[in-house]
Structures are given as C-alpha cells and as structure tokens.
Design a protein around this ligand. Structure first.
Ligand SMILES: NC(=O)C1=CN([C@@H]2O[C@H](COP(=O)(O)OP(=O)(O)OC[C@H]3O[C@@H](n4cnc5c(N)ncnc54)[C@H](O)[C@@H]3O)[C@@H](O)[C@H]2O)C=CC1
Ligand SMILES: O=C(O)C(=O)COP(=O)(O)O
Length: 526
C-alpha cells in the first residue's frame, strides 16, 4: 500500500481522500528539515503547501519518493531540477486558490486606499480618529497589473468591475488576450508611469526578481500604492521602505516576504505599510479545493499512474494511463534492448509509432523508451528523470507519428543513431496487452523480452543450433524460449534465447568460439 506524508497544514479532507482510496497517510506538520529528512524515506508521496522546503538534501533522503503534490500554486519551495534528476514528479493545483488570492489582492488594495488597519487600530484604542484618515477612491484609477496569468486576470476582472482602468505588463500576454480581458497591454515603464495602484502576480524567476527595484520604484507615479500577493523577492523591500518614508509611495501591502516567516522587517511599523502573513490562499473554499485536488492527483499517480498538473513530466490522464501502460512496458523493453546492445555508441534516438499506438499520447511512450535505454547507466532511472538524463548526455531525441497502415495493428519502433549508422528495433502488443519484439536490427524475429536472454548473431549455417544447444547443455544452462530470425538463407542470423539464469563469462566465451558466431551478449530484462 503506498504511503503519503502530509507535511503542511491541510484541510482534513486531503487525508480522508487518501484513506478512502486505500493509501496510508501520516500528517506531521511543523517539522525541522532534520526531522523531515529522518522520516521521508518511508513515503511514496509528499503533500505540501509553502512551508515545507523540499531541498536536494531532503530529496536525497527520500529513497522511496515518487511524487510531490503542492496544494497550491507556487513551487519555489521545491528544488524541481533535483526532484527531476531523482525521478520524482512534482505537481501543483494551479487553479484551486486563484480566486481567493485575487480577492486578497483586492482586499489589500481597499485596505491601502482607506488605511483600514490603522483606522481600525486607533478606533479600538478609543481615539475616534475621524479626521486622520482621508482615503482615495479606486473608481476611475489605473491599476497596473504585473503578471496577467490566472490570478492576474481575475484581479483585472474584479478591478474592471470596480470601474478601474487596468494596464497590464506580461511578456506572454497576447494582444488578443488583452482585448478579451479588457486591459491595456503595456511595457513595464509605461505601466510604472501610469498606475495609481500596482499589483504583482508573477512567479519569482530570474526575470521577475526585484522587478520593483529601487530604480523601477523611482519610475512610478508619486502617490502610487503597491500590493504584492505573489512572491517575496519581487519587490526590493529596502527600496520600498525608503520610498514609503520619502512619501513617493503612498502605501504598500505585502502578503509575501523575501524571507518567510517574516518575524522582523525594516518595513514593520512604517506608516502606510500593511502586511499579512502569506494569507493569500487562506480561505475555507480555496483550502478545500487544493486539498481535494492534491489528494486526488497524488492518489491517481500512486495507484493508476495518472499524471495531472505535473511540472516536470507530460500529463497523462487517469483514462489514458491504463491504455498506455502496456505500450510503456513495450517501449521500456525496446529501449532497454537497444541500450544494452548499443550503449555508449548511441548518439540519438527516434521513437516512431504507427497504428493504434499513433492514436495515443506519445510523450510517455518516448519517456519509457528513454527510461529503458538510460537504465544501462543507472538503476534509479525512470520515465521522469530519463528525458533529463538523455538531455544531459546530449542525446538527440525525436518523435515520429505515422498515419500509414503497417503490417501490424500497432507498432513502436526505436531507432538509435550510432557512428556505424542507424539501428532499429520494433515491437507490437499481442491482444492489446502483451509486448512482443517483432524486429531486431532489420531482421524479423518474434520474442518476449523478459528475464535473462542470450543475444547471438551468427552466420546462418546447418548444425549451428545443435552445437549451441550442446554448449549450453554441457554448462547446465537451461533454455526457456528460443527465437530465431535471419536476413536471408545463409546470411546473418539472430538468435534470442531466454535462459533460466545468468550465464557465466566462460560459457559466453565458449559460444563465441563456435563457428560462424559474430556476437554474443547476455541481456537482462525486468
Ligand atoms: N500569496 C499567496 O498565498 C499566493 C500566491 N500565489 C502566487 O501568485 C503568483 C501568480 O500565480 P498565477 O497567476 O496562478 O500564475 P500564472 O502562471 O497563471 O501567471 C503568472 C503570469 O506571470 C507572467 N510572467 C512571467 N514572467 C513575467 C515577467 N518577467 N514579467 C511579467 N509577467 C511575467 C506569466 O506570463 C503569467 O501570465 C505565483 O507566484 C503564485 O505562487 C498563488 C497563490 C497564493
Ligand atoms: O499557492 C501558492 O502559491 C501560495 O503561495 C499559497 O501558499 P500556502 O499554501 O498558503 O502556504
């Protein structure tokens, strides 16, 4: 039974779903990295929010981990390259908390416009400060939207409803989408110059880090109000403090900080500064949404191989997964076969599908070929990290989908490019389920690839099979199945024999000495 750890505070419905679906679940929150490291090895899945930091160090200790599910959007607390290298899938729930976070940005905008937190505090102190809080209207004002993705576009629609004008800066926003959203697409400088309020909704990347730097803050309109409900690090906090102190920025509201938890900050206590402790996603509705989604996604993957909202592998729906499963087994066997036969000589790989296979999502098939192929180098390769490892090794990977009718109802062909030319193997599914090799380096040969197998290339000649049988018999090697193919009579022949165990180097050397033998190799399949 798979086992999942929930390591951040999550709606109890997440644990309930895991249990309902037959997954063992532990909920242990607030652990130090050392504590998490000590127990993570027991788990197949990890469900987190933003508090758990999944570093390379944690991943190195996560010897059974297959999938990380982020109940939320931002995954900057997960070392995704390290997870990918270890073959661990990283998923998020990209929409579950977007409305809630957009509403928090709007709430902070109003809180800034009317100085609500300070007015509330002073009123409750008995000061009745009726003349101390002159606010501004948002109607007719310009909202500068930095980042017009899921949350940004919800903020825009709410702001338009409030009769604001919205100017958006997002390099990936198309003019058509801007029209559809009812916003004016602008470059950053134009936005900075025009906006009365600026709200940030981008991930933290090398391009967005410090996007509101000291220099850019200086380009804003005097009296601008700034809201950040996206990620700490988008705004230069020291420069913001100066701009608030000088009065250039009339107010700022941060839900997120460069260092979290933010227990101290030069901004604390600054007039017209408001903050919340990363509450953007904290509503009942959003937390139920993300908890349900993350639990279903992790369960689908751990139980059926379905992949939804993964950030480091192509998606694979729970409906597709069972159809693709036998193909992925076939693809992995073909990859393993060429990997074991050609190994280091491989410079590129082409994966072709035809017949029924051409109707399926090809990415997982290609990933499975690469997993089989790369397993020659490491036991820990799987279809998640195989494409990364293949890239690291500089393998040129191509995918081809044929519409043509072939000899088989369904076929997967793997061709590897080597200095000696292209070499190709192909396989089909019998009864839509059973992988079967049908072609090996241009020779038609039908074989199940399983267990220990002997691969022999020889010159087709009478008596060879008898001599081979005697050599193996004398060495007490039992033959399970025997598959033979040849280019033409008297030409090159290929033999694939399944044997009941490993064959010693001495026996392989004896086979090599038989007349006509060109190549002998012991292969191992799952
Ligand atoms: N405070 C909180 O509790 C929460 C914060 N968030 C954060 O909100 C942010 C936005 O989330 P979504 O809208 O769902 O993401 P999204 O991926 O839908 O949108 C992000 C947008 O940023 C744009 N972008 C990327 N690089 C940019 C650049 N250099 N300049 C301008 N725009 C750029 C992208 O094109 C995209 O349209 C994320 O960082 C997420 O982690 C999300 C949920 C809750
Ligand atoms: O979804 C996100 O990106 C968030 O920042 C929400 O964070 P949280 O799950 O509330 O710790």
């Amino acid at each position: 039974m798979p086992k999942v750890l929930i390591s951040d505070k999550m709606d109890p419905r997440a644990a309930a779903i895991f249990r309902e679906r037959g997954i063992e679940v532990d909920e242990i929150t607030g652990q130090t990295p050392e504590e998490l490291k000590a127990i993570i090895g027991q788990y197949d899945g990890l469900a987190i929010r933003s508090s758990t930091k999944v570093t390379k160090d944690i991943l190195d200790a996560a010897t059974n981990l297959k999938v990380i599910g982020r109940a939320g959007i931002g995954v900057d607390n997960v070392d995704i390259p390290a997870a990918s290298a270890k073959g661990v899938i990283v998923m998020n729930t990209p929409f579950g908390n977007s409305i809630t976070t957009a509403e928090h940005a709007i709430a902070l905008m109003f809180a800034l416009a009317r100085q609500l937190p300070e007015a509330n505090a002073q009123t409750q102190q008995g000061l009745w400060p009726k003349n101390g809080f002159m606010g501004v209207e948002v109607t007719g004002k310009t909202l500068g939207l930095i980042g017009a993705g899921n949350i940004g576009s919800i903020v825009a629609s709410r702001a338009l409803g409030l009769k604001m004008k919205v100017v958006a800066f997002d390099p990936f926003l198309t003019p058509e989408r801007a029209v559809e959203m009812g916003v004016e697409k602008a470059d950053l400088d134009t936005l900075l110059a025009k906006a009365d309020f600026i709200t940030l909704h981008t991930p933290l990347t090398d391009q967005t880090r410090n996007i509101l730097s000291k220099e850019n803050l200086a380009k804003t309109k005097k009296g601008v109000r700034i809201i950040n409900c996206a990620r700490g690090g988008l705004v230069d906090e020291a420069a913001l403090k100066e701009a608030l102190d000088s009065g250039h920025v009339a107010g700022a509201a941060l839900d997120v900080f460069a260092t979290e938890p933010a227990k101290e900050s030069p901004l604390f206590g600054t007039p017209n500064f408001i903050c919340t402790p990363h509450l953007g996603a904290s509503t009942d509705e959003a937390q139920v949404n993300v908890a349900l989604q993350v639990a279903e996604q992790l369960s689908d993957y751990l139980l059926d191989g379905g992949i939804t909202n993964a950030l480091n592998v192509p998606s694979l729906s729970a409906e597709e997964a069972p159809k693709l499963k036998p193909y992925m087994a076939l693809a992995e066997e073909l990859g393993s076969l060429v990997g074991q036969l050609e190994g280091d000589k491989i410079q590129g790989v082409s994966v072709e599908v035809e017949g029924h296979a051409a109707e399926l999502n090809q990415k997982p098939i290609t990933a499975a070929v690469l997993a089989g192929l790369m397993r020659v180098y490491s036991d820990t390769v799987n279809m998640v990290n195989a494409p990364f490892l293949a890239k690291e090794r500089g393998l040129d990977v191509r995918e081809v989908r044929h519409d043509r009718e072939g000899d088989y109802q369904t076929l997967v062909r793997v061709t590897v490019k080597t200095e000696a030319g292209d070499k190709s193997v192909a396989g089909t599914l019998f009864g839509n389920a059973q992988p079967r090799l049908v072609e090996l380096f241009g020779i038609k040969v039908e074989a199940d690839l399983a267990g220990h197998m002997l691969y022999i290339v020889n010159q087709d000649a009478p008596g060879f099979i008898g001599r081979l049988g005697s050599t193996l018999g004398e060495a007490n090697v039992n033959i399970g199945t025997f598959h033979l193919g040849r280019r033409n009579q008297g030409g090159e022949a290929v033999l694939l024999l399944s044997v009941d165990g490993a064959v010693s180097e001495e026996v392989l050397a004896d086979i090599c000495k038989l007349t006509g033998v060109k190549t002998v190799k012991l292969l191992r399949f799952a």
